[in-house]
Write a protein that binds this ligand. Structure first.
Ligand code: ADP
Length: 463
């Protein structure tokens, strides 16, 4: 009831986001922000940063010259303010990002955890200088906050560029960080699309970049930094994944099905950690897939703010068209095992199961509620692991088994940043299991891990 009341007040609110800068700058265009579940609902407006804004912001940026104790106090106060404003934050996450209540709760929790985790680690070497923090739309509060709070905890100045799809929640979060006491010179917000990001990676005053998004964009940024920024400027990148799970014949089927449905379809599959390719041992495959498709039938697909919704919309019309086109092609090839019904209005994509021979059939990461399934024979575990390792990604991997030795064997051989055994393949536990990838999935070390913050600090001895 408290949640209903708190978010209900914002069910029809219109937010007006704009750049938040430490210096005067010319404003860019203003655009409406639409609700992905109900495209006629205007959630608010955003005024973009004009192309010239990046240079002005970079010039006005100053490292956060406060004691570590003061930085810790401010970040903890920001965590308190995030928590106090939960109703408004949930409403923005529902209406701007299409997040279900469960996802919104988890996302706020993660953002608050990041603030408090980094607040506890503010002491140490001096900052790098000015960090550009470029974040994606799929965790528009948690990743945005995680990057910024790591950079601020270490005393850097931040130029934050949220994804163009989700400027409102970033704008509200920035206001709360300022209200908590982060100086404007230490944190500026530059809403914009890729060209604002590109301008940031070409601004000589930028000393380092934290990026989460696609592997392709990370590669573009890497090249831009090499050309424009000082040699050795750190790039902290978290990128995509092609994640797999093995279910062997000893797995508990109910547990495995529940974990698979969550791992593949929660957040409408729009997580870099999401399960994309399921390997089921041949002996149990028929019965197991019957259970799995039954569980897919039970999924409720609908408005993110309804308490009974399991799967909301994808982020926008372009994402929907891309994923739907992929599913159609698989359907024409006779490879769709199961698909679901969706509401007519809004950017909904049906949770879909597609048969493949193996993970090598997946050419790229489909960022939506699409799960692929392959089978393997009892003696082929190592072949499966080799195929998964050969993708070059290495973000998450799941294993469902009751064989002790197998847990050990697979964990040792699989090249993945995070291995989940007999549970869903979701998220990180900040501190105890830092989240991050290997290979094409990122530059490591992992967010929330002990060595992650070192990347945001200058190490004069290494220079
Ligand atoms: P996604 O597939 O998640 O949209 P992107 O890598 O395209 O992944 O986007 C992640 C973030 O990178 C967004 O904030 C986007 O605006 C930004 N971005 C896109 N192109 C560039 C670029 N050339 N330079 C810097 N940032 C960029």
């Amino acid at each position: 009831a408290a949640i209903e009341e708190a978010r209900g007040a914002y069910a029809h609110h219109r937010w007006e986001a704009a750049p938040i800068l430490a210096a005067e700058a010319e404003a860019g265009d203003t655009e409406e922000v639409r609700n992905p579940a109900r495209p006629r609902d205007t959630v608010g407006t955003v005024t973009w940063a004009a192309p010239g804004t990046v240079a002005a912001a970079a010039e006005a940026a100053r490292t956060w010259d406060a004691t570590p104790e003061e930085r810790a106090r401010v970040l903890n106060r920001a965590a308190d303010l995030y928590e106090a404003n939960y109703g408004e934050i949930f409403a923005i996450l529902h209406r701007e990002a299409g997040k279900s209540l469960m996802d919104a709760v988890a996302e706020l929790r993660e953002a608050v955890d990041f603030l408090r985790y980094y607040a506890a680690r503010t002491a140490g070497d001096p900052p790098v200088g000015t960090f550009a923090c470029i974040s994606p739309w799929n965790f528009p509060l948690a990743i945005f906050t995680g990057q910024i709070s790591a950079a601020l905890a270490t005393g850097n100045a931040v130029l934050a560029k949220p994804a163009e799809q989700t400027p409102l929640v970033a704008w509200r979060a920035t206001q709360l960080l300022h209200e908590a006491g982060v100086p404007r010179t230490a944190l500026q917000l530059l809403p914009g699309a890729g060209e604002v990001g590109a301008a940031l990676t070409a601004a000589p005053a930028v000393g380092g970049v934290a990026f989460t998004g696609s592997t392709e964009t990370a590669q573009v940024i890497h090249r831009a930094m090499a050309e424009n920024l000082a040699p050795g400027a750190p790039l902290i990148a978290e990128t995509g994944g092609l994640n797999a799970m093995i279910v062997d014949s000893t797995a508990l089927p109910e547990q495995a099905v529940a974990a698979i449905v969550e791992s593949a379809f929660q957040s409408a599959g729009q997580r870099c950690s999401a399960l994309r390719c399921l390997y089921v041992q041949e002996d149990i495959a028929e019965d197991f897939l019957e259970m799995l498709t039954g569980a897919m039938d039970a999924l409720r697909i609908g408005k993110p703010w309804d308490l009974t919704t399991d799967v909301g919309p994808v982020i926008d019309a372009e994402a929907k068209a891309n994923i739907a086109g992929y599913i159609d092609a698989a359907s024409e090839a006779g490879r769709v095992v199961k698909t679901c019904d969706t509401p007519d209005q809004g950017h909904f994509v049906a949770p879909t199961l597609i048969r493949v021979k193996g993970i090598a059939d997946l050419e790229r990461e489909i960022f939506g509620p699409v799960l692929h399934v392959a089978t393997f024979k009892a003696d082929q575990i190592d072949r499966v692991i080799d195929a998964v390792n050969a993708t070059g990604y290495g973000l998450t991997f799941g294993l469902m088994t009751r064989i002790d030795d197998r847990v050990q064997h697979v964990s040792e051989r699989i090249e993945a940043g995070n291995v989940y055994v007999n549970r869903n393949q979701i998220g990180a536990i900040v501190g105890s299991q830092p989240f991050g990838g290997e290979g094409l999935s990122g530059t490591g070390p992992k967010a929330g891990g002990p060595t992650y913050l070192e990347r945001f600090r200058a190490h004069p001895a290494d220079a």
